[in-house]
Design a protein around this ligand. Structure first.
Ligand code: PHE
Length: 579
């Protein structure tokens, strides 16, 4: 079992992408499919899981270059051609003012998010259930564990050095989410199976780093030399106790500037030295901690090099400032958890906490690291970080600056801090949950119920092609280095948007249907059986859905009804045939 850093992701080698015929109409997994559409009447059912063209009927499917559709390399300024019908429909969406709801009309569909109207196109794959999570702003409720954790983290990176932001609008351009940060075109995170596309050019951000470029730009004329950003992020993913398609991330950065006097090259050296001394001084002013650090090499190798523009001494200093800062974060968070009585890495509260630094890869930092903490008998990945790529700073107008950045998933920390066993609880509106927490205080979560599970299976055939892997066996796709997938979601073991296979069954499509129909009633969905038919060669998969409410006991009839609706929607997937 492998945990990725920021997304609470427990991704074993069970993700993949199986080949099926090109006739797939709902949720194409790789962004390769564009539907030619007719202008038939809009269907009545607004709960369609895939809303790419809910208002239109699909007449045929063909392959296109996905780089020109899903999260392609459109530059920031390259604006799409204006379509008068779309412009009119946008005005209508604004007039209706029904935020986060899919609206159909005049053969088009769209949505209003944070007062901005978007018209769906062939890449859109938003679902009503995901839209229902937008605008909850759990990070802004002072008595909610997400906000309490956010504040705790901000206290380690306070003003006036750091500007602590939140970013309420979840829609960013694919350019800001991927391109500006140097994500390769075939990065799995760009895939429509992993990322929610609002339209061909906009996504629900998959990580807070989507705001990095603009945050750096705004630092050109601000007094702060650092920032933290907190926001909700969205990834299509599996269903279990530690995965929810919306979760929260925080990102931090700190920069140092050299005041190179224009034209006077002989004064560059003292300016550089001054900057070095500033970093040294900043390291000295950081509080000490008593964590036990088991392993912390710098790493400077082919896959994780010190950048060519950097002075090795500058990098050593920045890395040590970065590490000390994040070790302090761990110290603060985990001491608070222990003080609240949450069982920790050792039975003895006086035992020192153990951490270690591990090599990592992110397209926008080098060298890059992950920080792991020894907690409840295991090494737990906590966050990713590194030295910011100089090209990113230069593009933001910060040529003479150098610095570090980190990112982490708040739920993972909050689950530890408060002893919260199931990620769905964060979304609960039950007062028995919400009333347990109070601003500025870490309290151990007291379970208020344990309702029975109800398991239901769904079995279906998929067409296995020779190249297809199964959800239980892995093959590496894409050219990104190992670990790359963690950076913005996506799983390197799955299809990439540039993969030339035809439409394929993808596990995330099943997950999305279950989420849409059952919502938070689905506790987990697991592949429990697979076999290949000896004579036809067709593959059968069986997934087991565990229905369990956190708040009440579900009746058998109720679960049967929900499960029937799941089966009904699955029957519409052209990539499978129910058994
Ligand atoms: N954005 C990265 C992720 O989602 C985390 C990260 C942020 C890594 C900043 C390095 C620097 O996993």
């Amino acid at each position: 079992m492998r945990l990725t850093v920021t997304g609470l992701v427990v991704r074993a080698a069970r993700r993949t992408h199986l080949t099926v015929p090109l006739t797939r109409l709902a949720n194409p997994p790789t962004g390769q499919l564009v539907r030619e559409i007719s202008t038939a009447a809009a269907p009545k059912d607004e709960s369609t899981a895939d809303v790419a063209f809910p208002a239109q009927s699909v007449s045929s499917v063909h392959e296109v270059d996905p780089r020109k559709t899903a999260g392609g390399s459109r530059a920031g300024g390259d604006t799409p051609a204006v379509d008068p019908a779309a412009t009119r429909f946008k005005e209508e969406l604004k007039g209706k003012n029904e935020p986060n709801k899919i609206i159909h009309g005049h053969g088009q569909s769209g949505v209003l998010i944070q007062s901005k109207a978007y018209v769906f196109d062939q890449t859109s794959n938003l679902s009503p259930s995901i839209l229902g999570c937008i605008d909850r702003q759990l990070y802004a409720n002072p008595n909610h564990p997400i906000c309490i954790t956010r504040r705790l983290i901000e206290s380690v990176f306070p003003a006036p050095t750091f500007k602590n932001h939140v970013e309420a609008d979840p829609v960013v351009t694919a350019h800001d989410n991927f391109d500006v940060l140097g994500f390769p075109q075939d990065h799995p995170g760009r895939s429509r199976t992993d990322t929610y596309y609002v339209d061909s050019h906009h996504v629900l951000r998959t990580h807070t780093s989507a705001h990095q470029h603009k945050a750096f730009q705004s630092m050109v004329d601000r007094p702060e030399t650092g920032y933290t950003i907190c926001a909700d992020v969205f990834r299509r993913d599996s269903i279990d106790r530690s995965h929810f398609p919306v979760f929260h991330q925080m990102e931090g950065a700190k920069l140092w500037k050299a005041d190179y006097p224009a034209g006077k090259t002989h004064l560059r050296y003292p300016a550089h030295k001054n900057r070095q001394q500033q970093i040294e001084q900043d390291i000295r002013s950081l509080p000490r901690h008593d964590l036990e650090i088991l392993h912390a090499p710098i790493y400077d190798n082919l896959t994780n090099p010190v950048q060519i523009q950097h002075d090795i001494q500058d990098v050593r200093l920045m890395v040590s400032h970065l590490r000390r800062s994040l070790e302090l974060l761990v110290h603060r968070v985990f001491s608070a958890a222990r003080a609240a009585g949450v069982e920790g890495g050792s039975s003895d509260v006086n035992d020192r906490l153990k951490v270690r630094w591990v090599e990592a890869y992110f397209p926008f930092t080098s060298p890059s690291y992950e920080l792991e903490v020894f907690w409840q008998g295991d090494w737990l990945e906590l966050l990713g970080c590194g030295i910011v790529k100089q090209s990113i700073l230069s593009n933001a107008g910060l040529r003479n600056h150098i610095g570090w950045a980190w990112g982490l998933g708040i739920e993972r920390l909050a689950m530890i801090l408060f002893g919260i066993p199931d990620i769905r609880l964060f979304w609960s509106e039950d007062p028995r949950f919400l009333n347990q927490f109070k601003e500025g205080t870490i309290t151990k979560y007291e379970p208020f119920s344990k309702h029975p599970s109800c398991y239901k299976d769904v079995a279906f055939w998929i067409d296995a092609a020779p190249a297809a892997a199964t959800p239980l066996s892995t093959s590496h796709a894409g050219s990104s280095p190992p670990g790359a997938a963690a950076a913005a979601g996506g799983d390197a073991t799955k299809a990439s948007p540039t993969e030339v296979q035809p439409a394929a069954f993808h596990e995330n499509d099943v997950m999305e249907i279950v989420r849409d129909v059952a919502g938070r009633l689905a506790e987990d969905v697991k592949l429990v059986d697979e076999f290949v038919h000896p004579s036809t060669g067709r593959k059968s998969l069986c997934y087991r859905i565990n229905y369990r409410s956190l708040e009440r006991t579900l009746t058998n009839d109720e679960v049967n009804e929900v499960h029937q609706r799941v089966l009904h929607k699955m029957a519409d997937l052209s990539t499978i045939e129910l058994r």
